[in-house]
Write a new protein. Structure first.
Length: 290
């Protein structure tokens, strides 16, 4: 968000197209600049990095995907006369060096600043969706893209059960494939079937749910970033990846739990460092945030 807003401010009259999977387009529509104008004028659907996005030749191609070389090749293939990207030793384009230890927000702000656009690293907020399915809930999101970043379901169930006994409205979210996981947690926690929203919300309604929630409890996954985008209080459990790379802003209402150990983010079992985080640790953090 800070990087996109920086580019919009630098080129206020340009047509800005964001090449990305179009399933995120409705979420992108919630991103506006300081003057209320859209950060992005168009989303161009792209399903991979095998070729340039469709459409006319751009004047400038900005690589907000990674270090390359594949993403650099996509930018070159557009035919753009100017390319803004991190440098890669095999491609010979000028740009700042890739620094692995940077937080992702710093990484992309640093790139746009290299291109002459001043970025505000605190400017991460997106607009509140109009249609909010549930208000004042505690969102428990137990899933993650890889098993290494999934805290055990029985521990999530114990946290959810405690919150329910304290009178909080607990809802469980996830993608459709995680509906069984969420149902099992709800059953173990003694929650009703209506507590399971996994697979029922599109991205905008999920964003709306997070926006109006009292608290989000989750692992290192996309819902944590939505909590950052709305300054919704959150407790985020980190495992194999350190929070200094992906964690929420330190000045926000967010608590990060991390054992200090790193591991394989693609492993097919829960990360040992993530398992070091106890139910008591999470409940203490939840109590403090609520």
């Amino acid at each position: 968000m800070p990087a996109l807003r920086a580019v919009r401010a630098q080129y206020p009259d340009a047509h800005l197209a964001l090449a990305m999977p179009d399933r995120y387009a409705d979420l992108v529509a919630l991103a506006h600049g300081a003057d209320g104008t859209a950060c992005v004028d168009e989303v161009i659907d792209t399903r991979g990095l095998t070729g340039p996005p469709p459409g006319p030749t751009p004047d400038l191609a900005i690589n907000l995907h990674g270090r390359g070389p594949q993403s650099i090749d996509v930018c070159v293939a557009t035919g753009a006369p100017s390319i803004l990207t991190h440098a890669h030793p095999d491609r010979g384009l000028a740009g700042p060096p890739w620094m692995q230890e940077l937080h992702e927000v710093d990484r992309w702000c640093r790139l746009t600043e290299y291109g002459g656009a001043s970025a505000d690293r605190r400017d991460r907020l997106i607009a509140r969706p109009a249609d909010v399915p549930v208000t004042r809930s505690v969102v428990v999101h137990p899933g993650a893209a890889s098993l290494s970043r999934r805290w055990p379901p029985d521990r999530f169930a114990r946290v959810a059960a405690r919150l329910d006994r304290q009178g909080h409205l607990v809802v469980l979210t996830g993608v459709a494939e995680e509906r069984g996981l969420c149902r099992a947690i709800a059953d173990q926690a003694g929650l009703g079937a209506d507590a399971v929203l996994a697979g029922e919300l599109d991205l905008v309604h999920l964003a709306a749910l997070v926006c109006d929630a009292d608290l989000v409890v989750c692992g290192d996954t996309g819902v944590a970033h939505l909590a950052s985008a709305y300054r919704t209080p959150s407790v985020v459990l980190f495992g194999p990846t350190p929070p200094r790379w992906w964690g929420p802003p330190s000045d926000g209402p967010h608590t990060v739990l991390w054992s200090g150990r790193t591991g394989d983010p693609h492993a097919d079992t829960a990360d040992p460092g993530l398992l070091d985080i106890s139910v008591s640790d999470v409940l203490t953090a939840v109590r403090d945030r609520l």
